[in-house]
Design a protein around this ligand. Structure first.
Ligand code: BG6
Length: 496
């Protein structure tokens, strides 16, 4: 892997790709879930209340246009969370030639422009055929996943040297199996424990295959394989000893549980206690635990959107203090609050970069001083005003600027920060806001038959950041407006 810091963007197959029934593909659990059951909270304009992922941004058909746009942006990396179902649409053995070809074509096209594809192999979307056979609750999935990753390393290994196994096991396992908000929509603690273990075993088998692929020369020797996790660093609500302790307890679950198995090859005590306290009838064999130890991953992808405000107190909802009702967690004396004096997005996500450096240092301290860390998701969900000629997303630029600044500061202060990848390249289907929660540097008109692309002010700004390698983050609005106007002049049919 080359040493230069990578400026990149990240995105995910089921949020942009579309073509859900094309190219020999079948459904995943996200297709099934969004067809059957998706609720978008009321906000903004009715015509954008679309919840089908059938076409999304139509990246499947428009990837060449998008690569041209990425080249214009000057990107160095493109994190792409791939679709297992497109490659294995029927079962664990049949490789869909059109599916793998799509990814070969995409990766070649990216390489043509000097952009490194950075694949994430799994982002919550189990193929439906696998789900019907028990999905991640069934340990057989580890072998099914092995076939998939083996195929990816074989056909895609030559295009890149940075890989990730999973995006946010925490979101998938907790929202899919405890709260039931995400597919497969279960509320079953036993299932949660099994799923998490099988995810960890899948990561370990991926590492085993990764080593084999290196030995066979399918991957370069320097290639690295990581785990991507969305730890929101805790901020104690007050300086009290109790609130500070609550933060440490929070970390045991929300950090250690989702990183230790992959990076240290062990489960934290908090997980074993959870199993015991809930009388969950699951044990892990010595062989499995040894296997995790033998196949630890190389590095951390960190999704930093926000910190979380934590307290030991069980507060009543007081509208003069909090913007939303305090929420209890399953851990004793660990509760979340949203203090009124903090800053939030329209979706009530804190806007606060103050924990990025401290959090990065904590990850280095806990998982090895030199462990590479890459920011894989960091972005600002907003309801952009797309009614004028220029889409001026100043709040997004401010958010990104403040977070890139802290990412680079962490690097200066000794963290082995290898790159920054923002969320996201273009407007997407968002799990919490459908097509109304915009994240992209590039706007997508979801009502146009061609899903027309258009750069926003943040596109012009990020282009500058990539050019000057983050040395000059400040900007003047007039300069960005003039850059954007210039970009739009050349925005001919090949960019739309
Ligand atoms: C991350 C997910 O946790 O958050 C993405 O990996 C998601 O898939 C992003 O889009 C932002 O969340 P949301 O719900 O605002 O789209």
């Amino acid at each position: 892997m080359k040493k230069e810091f990578i400026f990149s963007v990240s995105t995910n197959a089921f949020q942009i790709e579309g073509a859900r029934s094309l190219g020999g593909r079948t459904d995943s659990i996200w297709d099934e879930f969004t067809k059957r059951n998706f609720y978008i909270p009321a906000l903004g304009k009715a015509e954008r209340e679309i919840n089908s992922i059938e076409i999304a941004a139509d990246f499947y058909h428009k990837y060449k246009t998008d690569c041209r746009i990425m080249d214009k942006l000057g990107l160095k990396g493109f994190v792409y969370n791939m679709d297992w179902t497109r490659i294995f649409p029927k079962d664990e053995n049949y490789i869909n030639p059109e599916g793998i070809k799509f990814y070969i074509d995409l990766f070649e096209e990216l390489n043509k422009y000097g952009i490194k594809p950075i694949p994430i192999l799994f982002h919550w979307d189990t193929p439906l055929w696998a789900e019907i056979r028990g999905g991640f609750e069934n340990p057989e999935i580890i072998q099914w996943f092995k076939n998939y990753v083996e195929c990816c390393f074989k056909y895609l290994g030559k295009y890149t040297d940075i890989w990730f196994v999973n995006d946010e096991n925490s979101s998938f396992a907790q929202s899919g199996y405890i709260t039931g908000d995400f597919p497969p929509g279960k509320k079953d603690k036993t299932a949660f424990v099994k799923v998490l273990h099988n995810l960890n075993m899948s990561a370990a088998i991926t590492m085993e295959e990764f080593k084999k692929a290196k030995d066979k020369g399918l991957l370069s020797k320097e290639s690295i394989l990581g785990i991507d996790h969305d730890w929101s660093p805790p901020v104690p609500y007050t300086d009290s000893k109790e609130d500070i302790e609550a933060c440490e307890k929070y970390n045991e679950w929300w950090k250690d549980l989702y990183l230790d198995p992959n990076l240290k090859g062990e489960y934290p005590k908090v997980f074993l206690e959870f199993i015991k306290d809930n009388k969950i009838d699951v044990t892990f064999s010595k062989e499995d635990l040894q296997y995790l130890k033998n196949n630890k991953l190389d590095f951390i992808g960190w999704n930093y959107y926000r910190p979380i405000y934590v307290t030991a107190n069980d507060f009543e909802y007081d509208e003069t203090k909090f913007i939303s009702p305090p929420s209890k967690t399953h851990l004793k004396n660990v509760n979340f609050v949203q203090p009124i004096e903090k800053k939030y997005t329209k979706w009530k996500w804190p806007v606060d970069n103050t924990k990025l450096v401290e959090g990065a240092k904590r990850l280095s301290k806990d998982y090895g001083k030199n462990i590479p860390i890459m920011i894989i998701e960091n972005g600002f969900g907003d309801f952009d005003d797309k009614s004028k000629d220029l889409i001026l997303d100043w709040d997004r630029i401010e958010y990104l600027k403040d977070h890139i600044q802290e990412t680079l500061r962490a690097k200066e202060e000794g963290v082995n920060m290898i790159g920054y990848s923002l969320w996201t390249y273009c407007d997407i289907f968002s799990p919490s806001g459908g097509y109304r929660k915009d994240y992209g540097l590039v706007s997508v008109d979801f009502n146009s038959p061609i899903r027309e692309r258009k750069p926003k002010a943040s596109f012009a700004w990020y282009k500058k950041i990539i050019e000057n390698e983050g040395k000059e983050l400040e900007y003047s609005q007039s300069e960005i407006i003039s850059d954007l106007t210039g970009i739009l002049k050349d925005w001919d049919i090949f960019y739309k």
